[in-house]
Design a protein around this ligand. Structure first.
Ligand code: HEM
Length: 180
């Protein structure tokens, strides 16, 4: 998993829960590199899942809630780091509809080691989008957070509903519709 995911995760933990919590997570997980993460490095995906599980335990929330919260936080980080990628779209639906064919394609050019999920779009209509997530890893709640962050960023009156399709593998369906 890419270093930027780790460095931004610890930034979020420090902002929201304080430096003590970051130290607590590092003590509990005891990673091989002693927590010296750099944005351009590549690290064990399982370590991230251990930090998330530990933070969930320490804050009394579920792993899925932590992943979604982190996804939402990370979208704003992407807005600051890659403004050109995001401003090329005029709406949340337009942006989300371009993740598979454009956004993640650009990401792989920048970071050839990135491990990305795949999205299919069975429904693309005016004001409504369905995305089906498929990955070798179960990070669908993280995708949910990124989608929420995207909707908030564009300020569109949309809501997202996630359906777990994991009996068919690591898959989930996201339905993005106008607020009822
Ligand atoms: C400018 C916007 C975006 C950028 C720069 C970006 C970048 C990245 C990068 C660098 C990774 C790889 C992390 C790694 O290898 O460990 C990643 C993974 C991921 N991205 Fe994006 N992304 C963007 C938008 C989105 C959006 C809007 C979604 C949701 C619809 C999304 C869903 C995911 C998921 C779920 C993963 C985790 C990998 C997996 O599930 O297997 N991304 N993204």
């Amino acid at each position: 998993m890419m270093g930027i995911v780790f460095t931004e995760f610890f930034d979020m933990v420090e902002h929201r829960h304080g430096l003590r919590m970051s130290e607590q997570l590092l003590d509990a997980v005891a990673p091989a590199n002693e927590g010296a993460y750099t944005a351009v490095g590549n690290y064990d995906h399982q370590d991230m899942m251990r930090y998330v599980a530990e933070l969930a335990r320490d804050t009394g929330r579920s792993v899925d809630m932590i992943l979604a919260e982190f996804g939402e936080y990370l979208f704003e980080v992407f807005v600051r780091r890659y403004p050109g990628l995001i401003e090329s779209a005029g709406s949340a639906i337009e942006f989300l509809g371009s993740v598979e064919a454009f956004i993640h394609v650009e990401v792989v050019k920048l970071y050839p080691d990135a491990e990305l999920p795949h999205f299919e779009y069975p429904v693309r209509e005016q004001g409504r989008l369905v995305m089906v997530y498929r990955s070798s890893r179960w990070l669908a709640p993280f995708a949910l957070g990124l989608i929420r962050g995207c909707i908030a960023h564009f300020g569109d009156a949309l809501e997202v509903r996630m359906t777990d399709l994991s009996e068919q593998g690591t898959r989930a369906r996201f339905e993005i519709t106008p607020v009822a």
